[in-house]
Design a protein around this ligand. Structure first.
Ligand code: BG6
Length: 486
């Protein structure tokens, strides 16, 4: 049951995420009348603002990051009226009473959005608790990075759990807020014809690609300590694996969905140290050209030597009855030739081709779920080429296209954080990540990292604007599989 709160407290209120995503998302909800009436928003960060200067700051963020057709002077003004600000050094408990005073009466419920450096989690939770901001009607949303391995993630989870029980802890993976990611559930469980072939009998292999054209951006401090495996695979890509691989949940609710996802994470085949060089590939971008623009190498952008990977490819397996023998090829990288996220499901070839002797080559069917930047679902099927060929019929692979962009053209696509902030404010945990999921994800990721260390694996160089090191191509080609590239 949804249980909206009356107050929202935003940590990291002057950060990049707040400017690009959180403020525009909250504005979007406000402008559409979706925020609870009377909900007030308190921003907090170290920066020295008062209400007036923070509202200016927020206005500037909206000017910069809202699409033109969403800007409405009246809605912007009423939105800014909801916002206040309190400066805080979260590492010191002394500042929290003033924050609590600023937030005011929380008997109507409080939602906290915490996006902060990992070392601040513990003091922040202590500060909130000591100032009476962690009562039974407070829920907390936690933004990544939630640790950098299983041990540190447990530490953070333990620190949070002292003040917030699991049912009031909302771990954010913004991929789960994306419409297209939720659409995987709709496709799989809202249609009857996929399920009978959605298994090792029907599917040959699955590829998941999250390719980005950007490089380090302004995030050197964080990214260089994380790398592609922790930054993208440990959360977003594994969530995609879970949605593709999970058993049908009985209900669309937080318990049923997360139970099934957690089972997938626990079924991931642990990669042994000696296997790591064969089933994982890491890379780091060198200089090159992306979309016609000459870009620097990672090391030059960073300004110092580094062995952090900006690309990773993995051959993974889900060891259960449904997926036995089906490889999941996962890959993600910065400075790729295009920005796209896609899941490609290759079905088994037909058992016998009656066209074989007639020069008609059959391609196995493939289902492509394009998550971004375009949103579509494409089923590649074999069709007869028109013509009067005397030596039999000629076949060609053609796409059966469902363009979600076109189909829902009149509907505004929301930022993933609109969904997640609304669910945090209203208390629906379905699209948030449970502790057992996070810990099972880290267990699998830690084993891979241990393999890299044991084998002294260093990232292989690849040119910016390419699909990663050639070893990543060999990873699938060895199995007779080709990555779906654009
Ligand atoms: C973030 C990562 O979680 O996701 C970034 O930290 C990455 O490195 C981003 O760029 C990608 O998100 P999206 O929504 O642009 O695919």
């Amino acid at each position: 049951m949804r249980d909206p709160v009356g107050k929202l407290l935003l940590f990291g209120a002057t950060g990049d995420l707040a400017q690009r995503m959180l403020l525009p998302s909250l504005y979007g909800l406000h402008a559409d009348g979706l925020l609870p009436e009377g909900l007030t928003i308190t921003g907090t960060a170290r920066s020295d603002h008062d209400d007036v200067s923070y509202r200016k700051f927020a206005k500037h963020a909206l000017d910069e990051f809202l699409p033109e057709d969403r800007k409405d002077d009246k809605a912007v003004k009423t939105f800014l009226d909801r916002i206040g600000y309190q400066a805080l050094d979260a590492s010191k408990v002394e500042g929290f009473p003033a924050l609590a005073e600023k937030v005011g009466d929380v008997s109507g419920g409080l939602a906290i959005f915490l996006s902060t450096a990992p070392f601040l989690f513990e003091p922040t939770i202590k500060g909130l608790e000591s100032a009476g901001l962690a009562g039974p009607r407070t829920r907390i949303g936690l933004e990544k990075p939630l640790g950098y391995d299983l041990a540190s993630s447990k530490e953070i989870n333990d620190a949070v759990a002292i003040a917030f029980p699991e049912d009031r802890t909302f771990r954010i993976d913004h991929y789960l807020g994306k419409e297209t990611v939720q659409n995987i559930l709709a496709l799989r469980f809202g249609n009857s014809f996929f399920e009978p072939v959605w298994n090792a009998q029907g599917i040959d292999n699955i590829q998941i690609t999250v390719a980005e054209t950007v490089g380090l951006e302004e995030r050197a401090g964080y990214y260089d300590t994380a790398g592609a495996l922790r930054d993208m695979v440990a959360n977003h890509i594994l969530q995609l694996v879970a949605l593709i691989a999970m058993e049908p949940p009985a209900r669309f609710d937080g318990t049923a969905i997360r139970d099934e996802k957690a089972k997938v994470f626990r079924s991931l085949r642990r990669i042994k140290p000696e296997e790591a060089p064969h089933v994982t590939v890491t890379g780091q971008y060198g200089a090159g050209a992306v979309n016609g623009e000459i870009v620097k190498s990672y090391i030059d952008e960073l300004g110092k030597p580094s062995t952090t990977e900006t690309f990773v490819a993995i051959k993974a397996h889900v060891d259960n009855w449904r997926w036995q023998g089906v490889p999941f090829y996962l890959r993600t990288g910065k400075r790729m030739p295009t920005r796209h996220s896609e899941i490609a499901i290759q079905f088994k070839a037909v058992p016998h081709s009656m066209f074989a002797s007639r020069g008609g080559l059959l391609q196995p069917n493939m289902l492509i779920i394009r998550l971004q930047p375009e949103e579509y679902v494409q089923l590649l099927v074999m069709a007869k080429e028109p013509g009067l060929d005397r030596d039999g019929i000629r076949l060609r692979e053609v796409p059966l296209n469902l363009s979600l962009d076109a189909e829902f053209a009149g509907t505004r696509r929301r930022i993933a954080y609109e969904r997640l902030l609304l669910d945090l404010i209203e208390g629906d945990p379905t699209l948030f990540v449970r502790r057992d999921e996070v810990e099972a994800q880290w267990e699998w990721i830690d084993a891979i990292r241990a393999g890299w260390v044991a084998n002294d694996m260093k990232p292989k160089p690849y040119g910016s604007g390419t699909w990663g090191p050639s070893a990543a191509i060999a990873l699938t080609e060895r199995d007779g599989v080709t990555w779906q590239d654009d």
